[in-house]
Design a protein around this ligand. Structure first.
Ligand code: FA5
Length: 345
């Protein structure tokens, strides 16, 4: 009897530390299996007197039942622990999945990419220049006289110095035209490039921002004429806005071109009839253009007797405003998601 009690005690000591179904099964085999330590005790019954055997048999069955019942209790306990662990998981597997939020391209990025694709198809290379530029490239080489008002601190952000004070200063480029100079210094004619980029001026109102974007075009070769300029601009506006819209050149002054011209396009909204986008004029101003000034060619070492060229430059932001009917330029740079979400890719 005491042997049965010892076995029960030994079992109890072990069962509380079992923490898996497999270990529980092993423990059962160790005590109640054919060769288990409790089952072995049964053999003693053969040597017992009948009344002893009866009492031992009853004690044996109690011990076996007790072990089986405690094994079952432990199994239930392990099941419950596993369920509790599941409940502690933070994910709710019954919830529908949330859709990831995708960003979209900024309207200016999209417009710039579309402009570049159009000019690439017309045979132009893409050129780039730095935002922080030598005053020499931004103004001097482009034939701006030392006292030109654009050099004034009221129009230009100076990073270091100012012309006339400490020699040539460093500025935030005020237009993409210095890329004309960089391209002519590093390439040989024929040169056919467009240069998109960010530019900076001390401007701030609904149609002027202190940071905005321009795209420059430059073509230098023998016998390049104003007619080539007009034809290219017309090809560009037709490819970008669709055919049937006329363009016009109006005389204008930029120090680096001669003759210089503003170029306008028939309003794509009213097709020339007059509407509130074009302020009833039927025309939209796109930018400046003209034939490269001989003084500019001289500043980059290209012989103006041998080569001629044209250049143009216009605002990408204004183009995006036009394409999407955006009333205030500054909306583009506020980073307000409610505005940006309106331009899905
Ligand atoms: C120029 O910047 C000349 N570099 C363009 C040029 C290139 C002329 C090559 C001749 C040959 P302008 O200052 O007019 O020109 O600016 C060109 C365009 O930039 C304007 O038509 C306008 O669309 C845009 N722009 C000018 N200032 C701002 C501003 N503060 N905010 C947004 N767009 C502007």
């Amino acid at each position: 009897m005491s042997a049965l009690e010892q076995q029960l005690e030994a079992f109890r000591q072990q069962v509380t530390s079992v923490d898996s179904e497999a270990d529980l099964q092993q423990l059962k085999v160790a005590f109640l299996g054919k060769k288990g330590s409790v089952s072995q005790l049964r053999r003693q019954m053969g040597k017992m007197k009948p009344e002893e055997r009866k009492a031992f048999g009853a004690a044996f069955n109690r011990c076996k039942n007790q072990i089986e019942s405690e094994l079952e209790d432990r199994r239930k306990h392990l099941d419950q622990q596993a369920r509790l662990r599941d409940l502690e998981r933070t994910e709710d597997l019954t919830m529908p999945p949330t859709r990831p939020r995708f960003g979209t391209l900024h309207p200016i990025t999209r417009t710039r990419r579309e402009l570049l694709a159009t000019f690439r198809r017309l045979g132009f290379d893409v050129a780039e220049g730095p935002h922080i530029e030598h005053e020499a490239y931004n103004f001097d080489a482009l034939n701006f006289q030392p006292e030109h008002p654009a050099r004034d601190e009221q129009d230009t952000f100076f990073v270091r110095g100012q012309h006339g004070e400490e020699g040539s200063g460093i500025v935030l480029r005020t237009h993409t035209s210095p890329v004309q100079i960089r391209s002519m210094l590093t390439r040989q004619p024929p040169i056919r490039v467009v240069a998109p980029g960010t530019v900076f001026r001390r401007d701030d109102d609904p149609t002027h921002s202190p940071m905005f974007h321009q795209i420059e075009g430059l073509y230098v070769d023998r016998d390049v004429s104003m007619a080539d300029l007009k034809a290219t601009l017309l090809q560009f506006t037709s490819a970008f806005f669709g055919t049937g819209l006329d363009i016009r050149l109006r005389p204008s002054f930029f120090p680096f071109v001669e003759p210089g011209a503003e170029f306008d396009m028939q309003c794509p909204f009213c097709r020339g009839d007059g509407c509130n986008v074009c302020k009833t004029t039927g025309w939209i101003e796109l930018g400046g253009s003209g034939m490269v000034h001989p003084a500019v060619f001289e500043s980059v070492g290209i012989d103006p007797e041998e080569y001629t060229g044209w250049a143009f430059g216009f605002g990408i932001d204004r183009m995006a405003m036009l394409l999407h009917g955006i009333p205030d330029l500054r909306l583009m740079f506020d980073g307000d998601v409610r505005f940006l979400e309106q331009f899905p890719c």
